[in-house]
Design a protein around this ligand. Sequence first.
Ligand SMILES: O=C(O)C1=C[C@@H](OP(=O)(O)O)[C@@H](O)[C@H](O)C1
Ligand SMILES: C=C(OP(=O)(O)O)C(=O)O
Length: 477
Amino acid sequence: MGILGYSSPQFELPGDEFESRVAVPPPTTAWLAPNATGPLGSRVALPGSKSLTNRELVLAALAESPSRLIAPLRSRDSILMIDALRELGVTIDPVNGTDTGFGPDLVVTPGELGGGVSVDCGLAGTIMRFLPPVAGLALGPVTFVGDAAASRRPMRTTIDSLRALGIDVSDDGRGTLPFTVHGTGRIEGGEIQIDASASSQFVSGLLLAAARFERGLTLRHTGEHLPSLPHIEMTIAVLRDRGVEVSSPETGVWIVEPGPIAGREVVIEPDLSNAAPFLAAALVAGGSVTIPRWPESTTQVGDHLRDLLARFGAQVSRVGDALTVDGQEGVIGGRKFAGMDIDLSAGGELAPAIVALCALATGPSRVTGIGHLRGHETDRLAALATELNAIGCQVTELEDGLAIRPGQLRATDRMWGAYEDHRMATAGAILGLAVPGIIVDDITTTAKTMPDFPKLWSQMLGRINTGGFTPNLEVPE
Ligand SMILES: O=C(O)C1=C[C@@H](OP(=O)(O)O)[C@@H](O)[C@H](O)C1
Ligand SMILES: C=C(OP(=O)(O)O)C(=O)O
């Protein structure tokens, strides 16, 4: 094994501009996860929510007047979204103004949507599912491409729903990227049925554009499961905030009335799902982690962490706008927590962090409601099972989740696989706090939604109360 110490991602994010060059996938970088040696007392300011940033960018692009996004996320997913919207004819300017500590605001000026372009989705579900309906409103063909891993993510529902709306889509019949949407500049709309059991994003993508359809949209979900309901509620909330009339007369049915989408100024909340590894760190290392700007009320599913982490024994408190999770002695200080059954159908994106915690419990756990994670950035169920089994856990795949039987965890000379998945990488970081020598094979995957992850993680650990903490950067022989 080579000498692999901590390294920052080897790519640059723009200082004060959103530039397309940064959307190129960063080179692979292995990372030795720092081992914690004492309790934390850290404050971590998290960048903006991916889900809110990309929704607000889409709505701003479809609005009747300009919008200003304050404290937007700057990460691979949002920069690719900006690039795509610019290709389609939208003007997006970084503008200095609001001093948030999270870079310039974005002023989005809608324009005539034009085709004849290609959209690089990277690995972003929010681009591949949100922009095809927008492309239907553009005049001319828009081709959707992405990373090799993106062509394993399910897209059939998007393709079928556009066809049901009368839009011509050419594809190779596999129901994945790449495909081309032949927009005619208008979508009549009306009533359609879809099966959104593989992803809530199929619903959100249609709802986001539907006010611009001539007859609006009545959308009915026909599948058995409907994952990630809070993300659909987020879509409804951001539409209403822009004056769009949306209703859900019964579960699985949504109606969007046709009408203008208002331009507005919006402050993007911090990404509460990206809070998961940092807050989980308090339970593992012990001590406390505080996240400022935690919204009092929010549609972000990351807010469920308050209850989820309390089930692992964390003390959760709020002072002003800051949320603190206190893990007392933490796992490394001898604190134990029992295994448990958790239904994460509402918040599948929290699963990698929660499963990592379950691997440190004293007894078995089952995390269910997450069968659709097989279509996320990677097959997360297979990836978590493989990586945890490699370090001494016994994890089996269920039809809709994972059964986790903790064991004596130890790193081997096999690196923890990130599988191009930001949340697999951060799950490795959580475990690395307690298990010396875990090396995440590609930490730059975190740039998908949080490019500064390695820096924020080491800053969090640098504040260890016992003093003198230095991350252990040596790889054991
Ligand atoms: O709409 C969104 O912003 C998201 C919806 C969810 O997708 P799925 O319903 O596919 O899980 C979530 O997991 C993803 O990270 C973001
Ligand atoms: C599933 C996720 O991402 P995406 O928006 O690409 O679907 C995620 O962030 O956990």
